[in-house]
Design a protein around this ligand. Structure first.
Ligand code: SF4
Ligand code: SF4
Length: 283
């Protein structure tokens, strides 16, 4: 079962945006291939991706980003544009899911469906982490969320220390394997996401792409790693395309915050090292 991970290595199927990890664990009746997108569908999806990338590059062009690490302030239009990016991303995945539906494939996901929130989202950009930080402050329960993130961070650290693959780290592809392995082991800990409160994601409007792109064809409860049917769950990720990935990388280079792309680790580093528990000043 794929984990909530936006890969840093962009994949592009014949120039169309990424549809990766479409798991066909049980080949029948599900054996969808998004390579079979029709030309008009490809154009629509490609259009979404270009719009998203353009908005991200607009943000990357803002001079104030360079000083975020020291001034802890950002122009309000960063937040507005970020929201538009996420809305467009959701719209594009809805469109892709519609294409799947036309082929008789139906996802079981709905808003605030929490059973997959035992994953450790990863592959997060600096901007997404800033969004989550801002969202956590807006909840009014930032200290509690921080404490929960600390607990999750300790679990993650514990797994890192016990990682038996450390000896293999020089092997080709070891980093990738080791990361996937760790994410799967974290999922196996059945630890709810620190932002899950009474089965609701408290940072839902600010959740990262990794959370927005994860879907399931099997019943929602099967997504829970503790559910006995979990090994048979059929889930997949609809990743953003190459142009979006590149725009996010460019943004990271502009922020230059040097924080982890693992959600909890990045959130903790941002909170302690950069924001020092202060809210972001939107100018
Ligand atoms: S992946 Fe599973 S738990 Fe997550 S939203 Fe979809 S059905 Fe719900
Ligand atoms: S951030 Fe929200 S949507 Fe993502 S895993 Fe955590 S609770 Fe679930």
């Amino acid at each position: 079962m794929p984990v909530m991970r936006r890969t840093r290595i962009a994949l592009n199927v014949q120039g169309i945006p990424v549809v990766k990890d479409l798991i066909v664990a049980e080949k029948e009746p599900f054996s969808p291939s998004l390579n079979s997108l029709r030309e008009p569908e490809r154009r629509v999806v490609g259009g979404y991706q270009k719009k998203i990338a353009r908005l991200l590059l607009d943000i990357a062009g803002m001079e104030e980003l360079r000083h975020f690490g020291t001034r802890r302030s950002l122009p309000g239009r960063v937040l507005e544009t970020f929201r538009r990016v996420m809305d467009l991303f959701d719209e594009s995945t809805r469109y892709l899911l519609g294409c799947l539906q036309d082929r008789g494939i139906f996802v079981r996901c709905g808003p605030q469906c929490p059973h997959c929130c035992y994953n450790m989202p990863s592959g997060l950009s600096n901007l997404e982490l800033i969004g989550i930080y801002h969202g956590s402050v807006c909840t009014g329960m930032a200290p509690r969320l921080f404490r929960r993130c600390l607990e999750a961070g300790e679990t993650w650290e514990g797994l890192l220390q016990r990682n038996p693959r450390q000896d293999d780290r020089d092997a080709p592809g070891a980093l990738h394997h080791s990361r996937e392995e760790l994410l799967k082991r974290y999922l196996g800990q059945c630890m709810p996401c620190p932002f899950l409160h009474r089965s609701f994601c408290v940072v839902y409007p600010y959740r990262p792409m990794a959370c927005r792109m994860h879907f399931s064809l099997s019943p929602p409860h099967w997504c829970n790693p503790a559910h006995f049917q979990n090994p048979h769950a059929v889930s997949f990720n609809l990743e953003p395309g190459e142009c979006v990935q590149k725009a996010l990388d460019r943004l990271d280079a502009r922020f230059c915050l040097n924080i982890s792309d693992i959600m909890i680790c990045g959130f903790l580093e941002l909170t302690v090292n950069i924001m020092q528990f202060e809210p972001i000043r939107w100018t």
